[in-house]
Design a protein around this ligand. Sequence first.
Ligand code: RFL
Ligand code: PHB
Length: 402
Amino acid sequence: MSVQPQIPSRTQVAIIGGGPSGLLLGQLLHKAGIDNIVLERQSGEYVLGRIRAGVLEQVTMDLLDECGVGERMHREGLVHTGFEMMFDGQRHRIDMHRLTGGKKVMVYGQTELTRDLMEARQASGQLTVYQAEEVSVHDYDTAQPRVRFMHEGRSHELACDFIAGCDGFHGVCRASVPRGAITEFEKVYPFGWLGLLADTPPVSDELIYINSPRGFSLCSQRSRSRSRYYLQVPLTDKIEAWSDEAFWAELRLRLDEEGRERLVTGPSIEKSIAPLRSFVTEPLRFGRMFLAGDAGHIVPPTGAKGLNLAATDVKYLSQALIEYFQERSEAGIDHYSARCLRRIWRAERFSWWFTTLMHRFPGNGPIDAKFQEAEIDYLLHSEAGARTIAENYVGLPLDFGA
Ligand code: RFL
Ligand code: PHB
């Protein structure tokens, strides 16, 4: 039986949320000798059961290496140097490697990345309090912030130097900020993504983004024997109404002949519907509390940017906090919000644009389909157009365009 360490009453950084943002931050701070505690509302198994991102940019791979948890990713992850876009039944390959001077992405599931971080955290003896209930943040506009929460029926108060709000879109940190101190920008899309995970070989070696008259579809993967597929569906659709058979039948209709021939179907391991949203909070710092990852911004998943943006927020935040603790300089924490937001807006724009290009919008008519067709035709038959897609997809370097 493992003995749960006692919950102390003080730490340097209280991290709210034990998803990828919180765990990555914890690891980067620990490496720099900064003490932290992660408070997570759910159980560890629940966090690992959420099937989300699948594509890692170079900056995210580098961060996992820096944290000392990249070994399994390099062994089991799949390096991708291109992807396909399908329009009107025709496939076009975006050769990321050639168009970006040798860049690539890694297919490695968020579940696996989270598991690696959880194991590293446990091995280094750092505390994560799972099933922390009623978490509330206090006095973050003073030099003595505090976090209160319930755990196993007992109330706790944690004093800290800083609070990191890594608690996702529905978290408590952003919701605690007075409305007058925060600006939120939001666009909700009139459709969702129905995702299905199955232990079947992927239909293709590379990802295929499909714009079909029946709606968008994405053929993705987790490994050579595990596929992840998505279908654009109306927001009113209920998951119970989508049997596995109905999913596969609809996917076939959106694929081309080659795809239909190669598609291997099987029972789903997971199936869920996610709404699509563009959302940004400004600023991301409130005194001694910071927002990072989905707590501060959401992108529609079309550009595969959400987890990668979370990783770069966390890198910038760890740099700022390390600078504060090691040099007593506040320059990094003062600059945190602006530094993140510049990168966030670039990714928001690309994700919105790529979503608009690839989906069928309710209410749009034949002329809108023609506009999309003409834009795709231009992009894919122009070196500059294809490079624009490739450059955005592989992601910006950590310190871009200073
Ligand atoms: P998370 O993963 O939501 O974790 C936040 C954690 O905070 C906890 N929490 C609380 N804990 C304590 N007290 C409270 N009051 C709390 N409230 C919440 C939650 O339980 C949770 O454990 O946010 P984080 O860490 O910022 O990570 C962000 C990523 O999860 C997200 O951006 C990506 O999954 C987005 N995303 C993708 N990103 C990519 O970079 N590449 C992709 O290919 C990609 N594909 C996707 C995606 C997201 C998807 N969905 C379902 C939205 C595909 C999909 C379908
Ligand atoms: C995924 O595999 O879940 C995935 C891949 C690429 C995306 C979105 C999701 O753009």
